[in-house]
Design a protein around this ligand. Structure first.
Ligand code: AMP
Length: 217
């Protein structure tokens, strides 16, 4: 059992790899982006508060996301946690260390998914997902077999994210470089950092991730 962080800019493939680890290893994916989107659609006070910030591509406050993670960590676990899109700032990284220690656990690996900016713009501008099962598609590289229908679960609830447009993406990338990329140095010095080539094919990235995980257990 291992607890890992998938670190990388928007579009690096964190969600895709996390889903594979959930399916293949029974790990638990903790995506603060998914949690916040859920809060947005369920119309909670917190959801209303974060909606505009998220749509612009800016980061929501540390306090909110740390609270979300704390809640999930205390409510059980499967075969290790995959932190996807969290932490995104140094205070969040510090908080994660404290929260894991509180439940008698530690972080085993931080996997940095390395990609080029041009690829990110292409990946994100064509991205859509199934609202029911979460499968991720792309207009050019991975369309659905039948237009408008999810290949995996047959749902017709296919969605595009409000922040998957060029302007928000530019902001999201700047937020990543300014606030999240310092975590690379932070975890390197902690001895937890591993890099994978996020430009490789999905299954090849998965094999690299699996090799890192297998060294941890
Ligand atoms: P994601 O699905 O990870 O790309 O996240 C979508 C959006 O949710 C981000 O652009 C932020 O507005 C917000 N968000 C998700 N995770 C965090 C986090 N750890 N810290 C701050 N904001 C976050």
């Amino acid at each position: 059992m291992a607890n890992i962080i998938l670190l990388g800019p928007p579009g690096a493939g964190k969600g895709t790899q996390a889903r594979k680890l959930v399916d293949e290893r029974g790990m638990v994916q903790l995506s603060t982006g998914d949690m916040l989107r859920e809060a947005k659609t369920s119309g909670t006070e917190m959801g209303k508060k974060v909606a505009e910030v998220m749509d612009r591509g800016e980061l929501v406050t540390d306090e909110i996301v740390i609270g979300l993670i704390e809640e999930k960590l205390s409510s059980g676990q499967g075969n290790g946690f995959i932190f996807d899109g969290f932490p995104r700032t140094l205070p969040q990284a510090d908080a994660l260390g404290r929260l894991l220690a509180k439940i008698g656990q530690k972080l085993d690996a931080v996997i940095e998914m390395r990609v080029d900016d041009e690829v990110l713009v292409h990946r994100i501008s064509g991205r859509f997902t199934c609202g029911k099962c979460g499968e991720v598609y792309h207009d050019a590289t991975k369309p659905t077999k039948v237009a408008g229908t999810c290949d995996v679960c047959g749902s017709t609830d296919l969605r595009r994210r409000a922040d998957d447009n060029e302007e928000s993406l530019r902001t999201r990338l700047m937020e990543y470089y300014k606030k999240t990329s310092p975590l690379i140095g932070y975890y390197y010095h902690a001895g937890d950092l591993f890099g994978v080539d996020g430009l490789a094919e999905i299954d090849d990235v998965a094999a690299s991730v699996a090799a890192i995980l297998d060294q941890q257990v």
